[in-house]
Design a protein around this ligand. Structure first.
Ligand SMILES: [Zn+2]
Length: 203
């Protein structure tokens, strides 16, 4: 399996391109870039899926355009889907970003396992940054969205955010194997052990 991280837009959201032998995932296409559309086209012979960790505009901005161009379906947490079309919750209004409302094709449930070709992705409901956010566990790699960052955590002052809930969620993530790599929605990669021992926000 090959993973590529492409920071997109002014906000440098981490978009992840995950390619297996017979499956390909695009995680959080927040802004359009030709290379992410190319990635989906290059992998057209494989099963493909666009995954969204949560509905903030900087993680979803190019999803609808890519679905139209490539016919690849979009998956998001079941409690997050309505936010894709809510400019107040997805923050597109606050940040003055034009985003057409859309809906995902697949609604993900906590604890389910997605099989996309040879890629097996566990879905974890990880609320707190937003109420319906999810993280994806592929082998020993966690795609944490804006739940957990290197030495930081997601903001909880946006609509549906809740620090108490996020704190519980992150403590649940700390129960994962310490060697689990954490690939976040922004910034550098880290590990569960590193955060468990050194994250200044949640210990
Ligand atoms: Zn966010």
């Amino acid at each position: 399996m090959e993973i590529k991280r492409i920071p997109l837009g002014d906000i440098q959201v981490n978009c992840y391109l995950v390619a297996g032998e017979s499956g390909a995932l695009l995680i959080d296409p927040g802004f359009f870039a030709p290379e992410i559309e190319e990635f989906l086209n290059e992998n057209a012979g494989k099963e493909r899926l666009i995954l969204l960790t949560h509905a903030h505009y900087d993680h979803i901005g190019a999803a609808e355009r890519l679905r139209e161009a490539t016919d690849v379906k979009i998956a998001v947490g079941e409690y997050e889907n309505s936010f894709l079309s809510d400019p107040d919750v997805n923050l597109s209004r606050m940040f003055g970003y034009k985003l057409n409302p859309f809906s995902a094709d697949i609604l993900l449930k906590d604890g389910e396992t997605l099989q996309v070709g040879d890629i097996c992705a566990g879905v974890m409901h990880t609320p707190g940054h937003t109420s319906g956010g999810v993280s994806f566990l592929i082998g020993n790699i966690l795609f944490s969205g804006d739940t957990l960052f290197y030495h930081s955590i997601g903001r909880t002052d946006f609509p549906t955010g809740d620090y108490g809930v996020l704190s519980k969620t992150v403590k649940k993530l700390y129960e994962l194997d310490g060697n689990t790599a954490v690939l976040s929605g922004h910034g550098p990669e880290t590990t569960i052990a590193e955060e468990k021992n050194n994250n200044p926000y949640i210990r």
